[in-house]
Design a protein around this ligand. Structure first.
Ligand code: MTE
Length: 320
């Protein structure tokens, strides 16, 4: 995304319900029977396939989200062929080509650190946490392009509640999967892997913060962060870590990939802010993929009503 060659740095199978844990049983196992998540309607009958090829597994019975935009969605082709996923190469077309055989079977996400109930979640468990919703979000990259994507997932806070963070949990650190054998292009990317990101606790608990498991009615394609990723629509895209394997609650602000590489260019907060230019280009406008004319970029990417309160009293020119 932002890197050119150094030194110029730039950033369904449907199976019987009996084969997997019932959502209620799972929640009981986690000790939260009766919690809001348990009120879900058992919306889908999907068992996570054990083999690699489950891109394009349908996710049905999706609830509609009040957070969805009515703006025109980008095409599936756009959203799957113009990607930043440096583990699979730095050109926008590389992830689609190079992630085809990425093995996401037997995937787990370890949730640990300052929590009373650390847990290694399988994808089956994750898919049962809350009824899945379709959320159509604007997504603004720091490189001044944007897209509108019908994601599928649920508020990250629903997962957080299950593990019961302790009062020491002030921040959440996210880590992507990394395997140099499956991701041979990563060595040319110029950034350190695994890709890491972080949020302050209140940001992580904001209902807009989505744990994404699909898009366009299907499971996530590999190039878009299969099988599970974050989606944070009020922040520049680089905060939305793909192919998540570890979530750690901690007292200290965690390091983040792009900030570690160029702290003058990529801050920890990375809220979309058209009044703060990137040192090498303006953030005032953006190009929506598929459109010719640029549009004006909105503060917090247009999600100010939901998120601005979290930053009151902070200087967002300094805390970029
Ligand atoms: N996550 C990982 N693991 N590796 C990456 O290179 N790129 C980030 C983010 N998450 C990235 C990542 C950037 S720069 C952006 S803009 C978004 O993913 C792009 O998401 P998309 O390709 O689904 O649009």
């Amino acid at each position: 995304m932002f890197i050119r060659k150094a030194p110029d740095l730039t950033c369904a199978d449907v199976t019987p319900k009996s084969v997997y844990l019932d959502r209620r049983e799972f929640l009981r196992a986690m000790g939260i029977v009766g919690a809001t998540a348990a009120a879900g309607k058992g919306l889908f009958e999907l068992a996570w396939p054990s083999k690699t090829a489950f891109a394009a597994t349908k996710l049905t019975g999706l609830a509609k989200s009040p957070f969805s935009t009515s703006e025109k969605q980008n095409t599936y082709e756009d959203v799957t062929h113009y990607n930043n996923f440096y583990e699979f190469g730095t050109d926008k077309s590389d992830p689609a080509k190079n992630s085809k055989n990425f093995n996401t079977s037997s995937w787990t996400v370890s949730v640990e650190g300052e929590v009373n109930k650390p847990h290694k979640f399988s994808m089956e468990e994750i898919l049962k946490i809350a009824p899945l919703e379709e959320r159509i979000y604007r997504h603004r990259c720091v490189e001044a392009w944007s897209i509108v994507v019908p994601w599928i997932g649920f508020s990250f806070s629903n997962l957080v509640k299950l593990v019961e963070p302790t009062p020491k949990a002030q921040f959440v650190a996210f880590q992507s999967y990394f395997d140099a054998r499956q991701m041979p292009q990563a060595k040319y990317a110029g950034i350190d892997f695994p890709y890491v990101e972080g949020l302050r606790m209140d940001e992580a608990m904001n209902p807009l913060a989505l744990l994404g498991v699909g898009m366009y009615g299907e499971t996530l394609p590999n190039q878009d962060g299969a099988p599970v990723r974050m989606v944070l629509p009020w922040k520049y895209g680089f905060k939305s870590v793909k192919s998540l394997v570890k979530i750690k609650f901690q007292e200290k602000m965690p390091p983040t990939t792009w900030n570690r590489l160029a702290s003058n260019e990529y801050g920890f907060y990375a809220n979309v802010n058209p009044t703060v230019d990137h040192p090498r280009w303006s953030q005032a406008k953006e190009r929506r993929l598929g459109e010719v004319f640029k549009r004006t970029t909105l503060m917090f990417n247009g999600y100010g009503d939901q998120v601005a309160g979290m930053y009151s009293g902070m200087d967002l020119k300094k805390n970029y």
